[in-house]
Design a protein around this ligand. Structure first.
Ligand code: BGC
Length: 417
């Protein structure tokens, strides 16, 4: 009787553990801002990958390119004591949350999977704090691209511009013919995506480093910076009258459809191009933003884990391991438009634009011109970034002179420090 009881008890406990194993799913709730067509397709890749490992995805999307709205939503969730399992963060935001002591430690996963050997130092600088991995990099985006509708250019006998002067000549010709030269969405982060390109393109990488990364006052208060705002004023003349507030992906769609000739945007635009069935490098050309060849501005999307209870840690670790696996990095980045965050993923399945990105990244790492993007949260903390956004956008939408813009820039930066 006793033996019988033991056998039954053993059977019951076995079946309980088998069913726990078979049915208990880890659930991760992930807050992110990937809501455009191409971005949502990339989220689909991630969701499917996790599902295969028994992790179910609870979506918490917060629309708004560049992630400002998502960051505000994240702060509200954390402050009210209800953080998501994980959140998409740009580099400076990883730093800020890590300083608050709120991010989960992923070092055990990183050690097991050997992240240290395959992630570029510039990215590790944001992911690792006090020797601990606190965020997992999903990709490397390059914001300093110019996207060109190949047919519009061919029909009008135009060549991709290599400098801002060439850009102005091309744009004037298009404008004369009644073609919108530049598709743009007037939102502070989009204005500043262009501003970053102009700072590098007019001043060179060393000037970007001094003015933007070091906030060196003599660089901010220079003739070069006056010229940067002069070029921003020129660009303002090349956008269509309905640019204000337009989402970035709608601007990309204008280039895909040939309603505008060019867009200055990061390679998440390539996600839209691919999703629309156009070929990057053939229908839509990709060249470095004018004057920025040789410079790789970068931003990385990280996932960081928030304190949601011990029972959720297994799911968080599965998410982290999955995101860094070479097969996921390939599958995801093929759809997202970015390149893998690990340097050991082969490029053969990628399109020519991504292959150029991989080669340019290597060259920029060697020459010290891989630099964090201001517009995309890898150059300055949020307060200073926003101070610069304000001036760039105010200048773009008014008749403020370049000299006044420079004075406003210095004031704004100094009061945000
Ligand atoms: C993010 C990209 C995103 C883009 C537009 C960037 O800051 O890094 O992943 O696609 O914003 O929303």
């Amino acid at each position: 009787m006793r033996t019988m009881f033991k056998v039954m008890a053993l059977a019951a406990s076995l079946s309980a553990s088998v069913s726990t194993y078979a049915f208990a799913e880890d659930t991760v709730e992930v807050l992110h801002w990937w809501t455009s067509g191409g971005e949502a397709a990339a989220v689909g890749v991630l969701k499917d990958d996790l599902q295969k490992q028994g992790v179910s995805w609870q979506d918490m999307p917060v629309a708004g390119g560049g992630g400002e709205a998502a960051n505000t939503a994240l702060k509200a969730r954390v402050t009210s004591g209800n953080p998501p399992t994980a959140a998409q963060l740009l580099g400076m935001a990883v730093n800020e949350w890590a300083e608050e002591g709120l991010l989960g430690d992923l070092t055990s996963v990183a050690d097991q999977e050997g992240w240290d050997k395959v992630v570029p130092d510039a990215i590790k600088a944001f992911a690792v704090h006090d020797g601990k991995w606190q965020a997992v990099p999903v990709n490397i985006h390059r914001p300093n691209w110019l996207w060109i509708n190949a047919k519009v250019f061919a029909d009008n006998g135009l060549e991709p511009p290599k400098t801002w002067d060439e850009f102005n000549v091309v744009a004037d010709k298009l404008k004369e013919k009644g073609i919108v030269p530049l598709a743009h969405g007037g939102q502070p982060w989009q204005d500043t995506t262009i501003f970053d390109d102009v700072v590098v393109g007019i001043g060179g990488p060393e000037f970007y480093k001094k003015a933007i990364l070091e906030l060196d006052e003599s660089a901010l208060n220079s003739d070069t910076m006056v010229k940067v705002f002069d070029q921003m004023r020129k660009i303002r003349g090349y956008v269509d009258p309905n640019f204000s507030g337009r989402d970035w992906n709608l601007a990309t769609a204008m280039v895909i459809k040939g309603e505008a000739a060019m867009q200055l945007m990061g390679d998440w635009a390539k996600g839209e191009i691919v999703k629309a069935g156009a070929k990057p490098g053939t229908n839509i050309l990709c060249v470095a933003a004018p004057g920025t060849e040789g410079t790789f501005l970068f931003n990385t999307d990280f996932f960081a884990m928030f304190p949601v209870g011990e029972d959720k840690v297994a799911g968080q670790h599965k998410l982290a391991a999955s995101v860094m696996s070479p097969s996921f990095q390939e599958a995801f980045n093929l759809v997202k438009g970015s390149i893998p965050a690990r340097t050991d993923v082969p490029g053969d399945k990628f399109d020519p634009c991504a292959q150029k990105s991989m080669a340019d990244l290597k060259a920029a790492q060697a020459s010290g011109t891989m630099m964090g993007s201001l517009a995309h949260g890898h150059a300055e903390p949020a307060a200073i970034q926003r101070a610069i956004f304000d001036v760039v956008t105010q200048h773009f939408n008014s008749d403020m002179s370049s000299k006044d813009a420079v004075a406003a820039l210095i004031n704004s930066v100094n009061s945000a420090k």
